[in-house]
Design a binder for this molecule. Structure first.
Ligand code: BG6
Length: 482
């Protein structure tokens, strides 16, 4: 059992959850800046991402405070990245997945020229990564559409956003392309159906007609924008690669009752819709029919089908946190997962947030995806959000985190042994930062602890957890020493 030489090991973060400095360097507001933390609420209720109304957005923008809008402060990665990159290098990272905030380069999304301060920030950042021998894996859009576009025209619902995004992508390729080989277009592109504000800038109350159709329209626009990003990359940097990114919600039938099996099949048909389009180059007929029965028609413009067919992605990346279970019984007990509610699987343990832990599901996911598309895969998110305690002597003893990763690595290696082509693995997240769904920092994912509580109190000092040294050993042995 061994991973191939050159297998990339590292971690993954996103600008909106890490950088902070939301008003510095000419950055414009992004949708995540108005996602409010609600400490009084039960975190288990946060199965679905923040919904926003025009009133809640106006209220948020009139409030300059960072306390209840934690993504505005992040973990101050904007200023502290040299120290954080040095810690990642110390763990032995050969890859780091990051995202570029669209509003650092184009504050409202509509400027004709990029904000040079934003360009200078990312240039210095990527150069530092290269200097440390860390390969950047760069997501062009990770949950941060410009707020101005959301308010103007529901952002990705409007076809004109494709052109604005192309301008942003072209700038990224022109200014950073010499430092980057691996790109991802949209983080968890399927997520726009479950959290349309955060992924697509859609404000439901301002959308007329069938809202589900609006979400699929916005998704279609992202598919087109992604294929266009691939086309531009081929022209400008032919040796670079672009991947898609899917929330891998592998789904099991709750029982062998054929009704449960059919319901599961339907769920998976829509799950694979995104990779069918982005890796396969076309919408599958059965998924289109299924959507049509729900009143959803995809708004193809002239040339869309050809663009999707001609520019499929080079590799498939995905996040994997848990498997899902499907049942037709309305009274089946449910539990939250990654922006979704699913039926509770009695064979699995759950975290405090209700997310079920299923390492074998990672193997199933890898095998299913590779079998279906035959393209190289990249695991770009996987991890466990837990509370941590700092001991009196300043240690963070986190065997639960080590156990989680060890079990997932074993399954990952088994899948590679069976023949799956896997480019690399980036954990989510190597350093504690703001949770996407709950805006907590106390839902900690990192190998590196950040001294801050949910209300922003603390020094923000970084500290190595026990798992830091364990992951360092795993990387040094290329997965042989778990
Ligand atoms: C993924 C997202 O869905 O899950 C990340 O791409 C997110 O942005 C991660 O942070 C974990 O979810 P959460 O809600 O625990 O932060």
């Amino acid at each position: 059992m061994a991973l191939p030489d050159g297998f990339m090991w590292g971690g993954a973060i996103a600008a909106n959850q890490a950088e902070g400095a939301w008003k510095e360097g000419g950055r414009g507001p992004a949708v995540t800046d108005v996602n409010r933390y609600r400490p009084e609420a039960d975190p288990k209720l946060y199965a679905i991402h923040h919904q926003n109304t025009v009133a809640s957005i106006t209220e948020a923008m009139n409030d300059d405070d960072e306390v209840y809008y934690p993504k505005r402060r992040g973990i101050d990665f904007y200023h502290r990245y040299p120290e954080d990159l040095a810690l990642f290098a110390e763990m032995g990272f050969t890859v780091l997945r990051v995202s570029i905030a669209w509003t650092r380069l184009y504050p409202t999304g509509e400027e004709l020229e990029p904000n040079e301060e934003g360009v200078a920030f990312y240039l210095a950042f990527f150069e530092e990564m290269r200097r440390l021998g860390i390969e950047p894996l760069v997501t062009l859009s990770h949950y941060d559409p410009p707020l101005a576009l959301a308010l103007k025209n529901n952002c990705w619902l409007d076809r004109s956003t494709i052109g604005l995004f192309e301008r942003f992508v072209k700038t990224c390729y022109e200014r950073f392309g010499h430092l980057i080989t691996y790109w991802l277009s949209f983080n968890e592109i399927d997520g726009i159906i479950r959290h349309p504000f955060t992924s697509g800038g859609l404000i439901e109350e301002t959308v007329e007609g069938n809202f589900e159709e609006a979400c699929y329209t916005a998704l279609h626009h992202q598919f087109v924008a992604s294929a266009s990003a691939t086309r531009m990359l081929r022209e400008m940097w032919p040796d670079s690669k672009l991947g898609c990114m899917l929330t891998m919600l592998t789904t099991y039938p709750n029982t062998c009752h054929p009704d449960d099996v059919v319901a599961t099949q339907e769920k998976e048909r829509l799950l694979y819709l995104c990779t069918d389009v982005q890796a396969g180059g076309a919408y599958p007929r059965l998924a289109l029919n299924l959507l049509e029965r729900r009143g959803v028609t995809i708004p193809f413009a002239e040339g869309d089908a050809e663009l999707l067919a001609e520019y499929p992605v080079d590799f498939i990346s995905f996040s994997y946190y848990m498997s899902m279970t499907e049942s037709v019984r309305p009274d089946a007990e449910r539990t939250p997962g990654n922006t979704i509610l699913g039926v509770k699987n009695p064979f699995l343990e759950s975290s405090e947030w209700g997310w079920q832990i299923d390492p074998i599901g990672l193997r199933v996911s890898l095998i299913d995806l590779y079998d279906r598309y035959g393209k190289p895969l990249f695991i770009v998110e996987n991890g466990l959000g837990m509370r941590d305690e700092v001991t009196d002597d300043g240690r963070i003893v986190d065997p639960y985190r080590i156990d989680y990763f060890r079990a997932h690595f074993e399954e990952m290696i088994t899948a590679v042994d069976e023949g799956v082509e896997l480019l690399g693995y980036t954990s989510w997240s190597p350093i504690d930062f703001i949770s996407a769904s709950t805006s907590q920092i106390t839902k900690r994912y990192g190998f590196i602890h950040v001294d801050m509580d949910d209300l922003g109190r603390g020094t923000m000092d970084r500290r190595r957890k026990d798992s830091f040294f364990w992951y360092q050993k795993v990387i040094a042995s290329n997965g042989a020493d778990l």
